[in-house]
Ligand binder design. Sequence first.
Ligand code: CU
Length: 471
Amino acid sequence: MNRRKFLLSSIAAALSLSGCNRGGITVTPSTGSDGSPFFIPPELSGETVNGRKSFNLTLQKGTSGFLENVSTPTWGINGAFLGPTLRLRNGESVDISYTNQLNEDTTIHGHGMHVPANMDGGPHQIIAPGETWTSSYTVRQFACTNWYHPHLMGKTAEHVMNGLAGLIIIDDDNSESLDLPKRYGIDDIPVIVQDRTFNSDGTFSYNPSIREIMHGWKGDTLMVNGVINPYLDVEAKQVRFRILNGSNSRVYNFGFVSGKSFRQIATDNAFLESPVELTQLRLSPGERAEIVVDFSNDLGKEEVFWDSDSKINLFKVNIENTATAVTELPARLIPLPRLNPADAARTRSFTLSAQGPGQLVINGQSMNMSVINETVPLDDVEIWEVRNAMGMIHNFHIHATHFQLLERNGNANAVADNEKGFKDTVFIPPNESVKFIVKMTDYADSSIPYMYHCHILEHEDAGMMGQFLVV
Ligand SMILES: [Cu+2]
């Protein structure tokens, strides 16, 4: 039970450091020692009403205990911080209702969801305080790990920082038939990675300067599912982790401190065709990856999962239970349909740049709710080129559907094997470019737009977003 306690001494030591980080406190990672248990967000499968799956979610304020001795005011969905994992299945019709019990407007966007524009939960689908907004659609996409989070114009970073985010797991016939770890919370583990900075009174410290807006705000404390440096007890078998970079700006290089390898099996929106062996996995904000780690021969050992860029530990894995089931990772996961560049009707170009301090633009234009920046014909194959014209990192996310990367910096060979799947968010290092192929399908709307934007939330809120209609 000792490990179920916080390391009071390290917290006390950290508290004495207040004064650093603009009044924030630094929580020392408890490397190789005890910590808090890993938190598995509750799973919601919805209630079936008249053949439709119904989910009732409440956006609410609460109080969370991330640190010993102080509490933190937070926002959550059906709880104080973060939200339940929604379990959807391809082909089913769903009604996801969000009731806003906050004292201000917000929205909830289904990131990675292929849904009609009016059900997308973007900046136009505002949920006023006291109101309920329902996102209704039929799930039409491959099994994957998506997520939901606020998308209010100019307020996305703050609302996500407060705690509104949760996973959406989609299943389909293929995902259910593959011999993969799929026992939620046992060998199929959700991992939402976020960074925060705490004031000495326990409140989140979030008041980004212009410089932090430009370079991306970074918290000094990493959390997994809302817990700082937890431990996870697993069976000595293959274990699947569904990793979401749910941070505002921080880019991670995930891996094990030991260098233990793992295999990535899915990108943002689908399985990869075959598992890709890695020792490091880079995810920028909004990106997801599913990985499988083989602990079969590790009974009695422990492994530490960390961000090798910052060298901050994320969680410890104790392989202390014998396997109660065996899974064998298949060599082939899915045949992915590929769009052919020769079929492209046109190429669109997007340049990410700045017009001044704290003013970020795409193609010279700052996000304007009343301006439609692009109009995309339904079912046309298109190539989108996105150029980061700045000496700082960005990424690029599109709503409505997924895309397939064709090139990085004009080079098809520079697209890594673990990026050769379906994605909705792509990392673009400083002064680099990406080219992807995309087709908008199923849903046209002549008046309500979808968004494309940098998913560094401070950048998005600073104007690096645009709107497109699918017609
Ligand atoms: Cu950006």
